[in-house]
Design a protein around this ligand. Structure first.
Ligand code: GTP
Length: 598
């Protein structure tokens, strides 16, 4: 298709403002799918996504639209993941577009992730079309939301579309604005090939499929292509586009969006942000903005049943086929045995992987508390990166420790500014700025340790603001902090998997709370179990789990064997998520107890 008739765009929105519903309506309106084919929310195609109502992996779809000017346009809708963990993927998807629909819920207004995504879009010089969604709701306040968009983002909203993705109001208007306002992509089929990879996934039949935007040149089947960052070469077997099911086509020209597949088996070779070029006529330089993904949050994953170790390894390998951001390496814990240290982009990513391992691979796992990466400067001038509290060098070898900080942006109604500040300060946050967005809402920015965010910052914000707070954060820098390792001893033995890194001022109270919490979590056993919290050699708290008075069978006065079996089975059931640590049975909850402490 002549590039003049191509429009490449994304939809950016805060979670739940209606992005997927709007995408569905656009697909339906342009007749890409008949109603019968139309599954609810075709773009969110993973079960988990559907259940959680969030978009994790980007998808694209090509629509053909006959505009009022009588011409037929090719509209490529590039979906972006909606969560802060996937910011880099969002930025690559936006880099593949010339424009974006900014969807704002007419009953909610601008939220933290709306802003974060708009700033990304503006960085890429995208033409932004404001869409005020959900105007069918009685509580919709489109005029106020327009004003907010003008005041906060500085966009002209005189042409903003008032829409309802649910009822279909405004859909045609949106399509017309896409055609009229979003520039056609610049295109030159004669230049050496340059195509941006903005997503990739593994398909059991075709191997790795890369979603790409062709910037210069063109791609045909049979061509030999090369990834500029990883250096991998492959021969093109399939070229196509999504409508929204994959459809093979015979070329992708400059300006177009689609997919290529070849003899590639590993998503690691097909990195988001990398540039594809022709092996025999390569471009001089890659497209800007490539960076490798770096996990921010780590935790240990251990099979409850140690005979599942190989199964866990297989499952992680399979998930990794499709997820270049997931990292893992074998780890051993004295307490938990053989497992893996896994790295994730953020907490949501971690949750999703854990859930998939348990649900799709039927694995029973013990997960240790998440940790960030600490930079530990040793007295011998060496710097080591520590992602597991258990591997912290002894205090005598440490000169100082630095931890990652983020810029956290919170948007709340004014009435809740007090609690937000209190919580942020309590989480060692340093106040930066506060701006009124309108008469009712405020945007507060804090510089805050990432480790505090991954604990319970957002949960606390939500409950203190009756769910009104929205949060977005981005990594800014590393700062020195007075941190120490807090150890837990059960029965006199340190349990490596229960160690955490805490600020020295919090060590004593965290230690006490943790000991108390563990006392309630660890079931009584045949003997008394002392629980101690320690920093270095100093014990800072102690609790006891009292010994059990009778064993379960004592009730059975000899005779009834079926009753005995039932009781034993019940006991076994209770043990499923338990791990024997020395002579003590410790339930899964214990390893996450640190997250549930005030
Ligand atoms: P993420 O995938 O999490 O980013 O969410 P999303 O922005 O894609 O939101 P989604 O389309 O899933 O919509 C969220 C909820 O709002 C769903 O329950 C939709 O049915 C509802 N919704 C979307 N658009 C409208 C609308 O125009 N009117 C009304 N009343 N409800 C809508």
């Amino acid at each position: 298709m002549d590039a003049k008739h191509i429009r490449n765009f994304s939809i950016i929105a805060h979670i739940d403002h209606g992005k997927s519903t709007l995408a569905d309506r656009l697909i339906e309106y342009t007749g890409t799918l008949t109603e019968r084919e139309m599954e609810a929310q075709v773009l969110d195609n993973m079960d988990l996504e559907r259940e959680r109502g969030i978009t994790i992996k980007a998808q694209t779809v090509r629509l053909h639209y006959k505009a009022k000017d009588g011409e037929i346009y090719e509209l490529n809708l590039i979906d972006t993941p909606g969560h802060v963990d996937f910011n880099y993927e969002v930025s690559r998807s936006l880099a593949a577009c010339e424009g974006a629909l900014l969807v704002v819920d007419a009953t909610q207004g601008v939220e933290a992730q709306t802003l974060a995504n708009v700033y990304l879009a503006l960085e890429h010089d995208l033409e932004i079309i404001p869409v005020i969604n959900k105007i069918d709701l009685p509580s919709a306040e489109p005029e106020m939301v327009k004003q907010e968009i003008e005041d906060i983002i500085g966009l002209d909203t005189s042409d903003a579309v008032l829409a309802s993705a649910k009822t279909g109001i405004g859909i045609e208007d949106i399509l017309e604005q896409i055609v009229q306002k979003i520039p056609a992509p610049p295109a030159d089929n004669d230049k050496p090939l340059k195509a941006l990879i903005f997503d990739s996934y593994f398909d059991a039949y075709k191997g790795v499929i890369a979603h790409i935007r062709v910037v210069d040149g063109m791609i045909k089947p049979g061509m030999r292509l090369k990834m500029m960052a990883t250096g991998k070469e492959f021969e093109v077997t399939d070229i196509g586009c999504f409508r929204p099911a994959p459809v093979n086509i015979n070329m992708l020209e400059s300006g177009e969006v689609g997919f290529v597949a070849g003899s590639l088996k590993n998503v690691r070779d097909v990195r988001v942000g990398d540039t594809i070029t022709a092996a025999n006529n390569p471009a001089d330089e890659a497209l800007p903005g490539y960076r490798g993904v770096t996990p921010m949050v780590y935790c240990g994953l251990y099979p409850v049943d140690s005979s599942d170790y190989e199964n866990l390894k297989d499952a992680l390998e399979k998930l990794q086929l499709n997820d270049a951001a997931l990292t893992f390496e074998p780890e051993t814990s004295i307490a938990l045995g053989f497992g893996f240290r896994c790295g994730f982009l953020g907490l949501l990513h971690m949750d999703v992987i854990q859930e998939r391992l348990e649900r799709e691979y039927k694995l029973k796992l013990i997960t240790t508390a998440p940790s960030v990466i600490y930079h530990v400067y040793k007295t011998n001038k060496e710097m080591v990166k520590i992602d597991n509290p258990a591997s912290m060098p002894p205090p005598t070898e440490i000169e100082h420790i630095e931890e990652p900080y983020v810029k956290a942006t919170v948007i709340v109604p004014n009435d809740y500014v007090g609690p937000v500040m209190e919580i942020s300060q309590d989480k060692r946050g340093v106040f930066k700025t506060m701006d009124y967005l309108d008469v009712n809402r405020v945007m507060v920015v804090y510089h805050i340790p990432l480790s505090e965010i991954i604990y319970d910052y957002f949960d606390k914000l939500k409950s203190a603001t009756r769910g009104y707070a929205s949060l977005d954060y981005e990594l800014t820098d590393y700062q020195p902090s007075k941190l120490v390792k807090l150890d837990i001893l059960l029965n006199g033995e340190p349990v490596d998997a229960l160690s955490t890194i805490v600020h020295v001022d919090r060590a004593a109270s965290r230690g006490r709370q943790l000991a108390e919490k563990l006392k309630n979590i660890i079931p009584r056993q045949m003997f008394e179990i002392p629980i101690q919290a320690a920093v270095g050699n100093k014990i800072i708290a102690r609790e006891n789990v009292r010994a059990m008075r009778k064993d379960v069978l004592a009730k059975c006065y000899g005779g009834d064997i079926t009753r005995k079996r039932k009781l034993l089975e019940k006991q076994k059931e209770g043990k499923k998520r338990m791990k024997a640590v020395g002579s003590v049975e410790v339930p899964q909850e214990a390893f996450m107890a640190i997250l549930k402490i005030d």
